[in-house]
Design a protein around this ligand. Sequence first.
Ligand code: ATP
Ligand code: MG
Ligand code: MG
Length: 364
Amino acid sequence: MKVGILGGGQLARMIALAGYPLGLKFIVLDPDANAGAAGLSEHLHGAYDDPELLAQLAAKADVVTYEFENVPAHVAEFLTSHTLVYPPAKALAVAQDRLLEKDFFNRIGIGTAPYAAVDNPRDLRTALASIGYPAILKSRRMGYDGKGQMVLKSEADLEPAWHAMQDAPSIVEGFVPFQREVSIIAARRPSGDIAFYPLSENQHSGGILRVARACRDDAEQAMAEDYVRRLLEELDYVGVIALELFDVNGRLLANEFAPRVHNSGHWSIEGSETSQFENHLRAILDLPLGSTQTRGNAAMVNFIGGPPDTQELLNFPHAHLHLYDKAPRKGRKVAHATVRSDDAEVFAGTLEQLSALAQRIDNS
Ligand code: ATP
Ligand code: MG
Ligand code: MG
């Protein structure tokens, strides 16, 4: 079986690495000749919407999936009419537009922060009158790692924030006073079978995920599973999904979902019986899902801006290094490390040291 992937970055790379033991082959489409997954698979080199390359991808792949949610609708449509595409195009359409996404959450009974569509400075003023400060202005489309977002603390921020948006259709949301951020990752097969991962507790700074940690026996697990199940079933979803949630005094509010494997589930490579990457492949190929049982304590630290020194990192016996083969650049995720141990003290100590190391690199 050959799996096609739109996008050849680190997520495609980790999908391919999970698929080789299952005897799978991969073909990625990516405009970057040096994309991290390119060396690991057959590579179609060119634009995502190049009709000829898409036709080749559809002809060669038994199923096509993707590693980013901004796949243009006409690309998803074309592929869907020529081969199996999972997750379904509808999930893409909802996830790519923060307004449709928030409307969808609310329609299926999943609470969110208060929000309003913003298409001009007047909309923004009107919305703030009911939402109040602080609030966050976000572009409806294309944002990631907190890009295209502005915090609004008072009326004086409105003019410059709207200006920075450059007239892009936007959404304004109330700032959620959360105690913590969590995400839930789940995989669904065409038959409807679902496997849920334990919640991940996620720390962000500057809008970028820094540390994600597996939570065993979390009090909010059942509520999160209920929410993600609704999403999966309403979208007739196939593959892995990630739902990002704010925990406010034990009540969960949805932030966004990603119709793909997710950074907050990278600890599942070493920390789960079956990783999110393998379960994504099992789901889209309609194979039995693997156990999502965690193995002891597991967490992941992102390296932003530059990778850690390999020698230094591998000196930690409970750390596992994942380099993405990406050029260092300020604010860019280029590697992560998983910490895994049955010993809670060893785990906490190693995690603390790796977080400090990642912070030093990011500040340098
Ligand atoms: P991602 O890389 O996760 O796709 P993104 O650019 O789509 O990021 P969000 O997930 O919407 O952006 O926001 C990034 C982070 O900013 C959140 O994880 C959270 O820490 C903070 N944030 C976003 N919206 C809110 C909000 N309404 N209230 C409080 N904090 C928020
Ligand atoms: Mg996002
Ligand atoms: Mg997010």
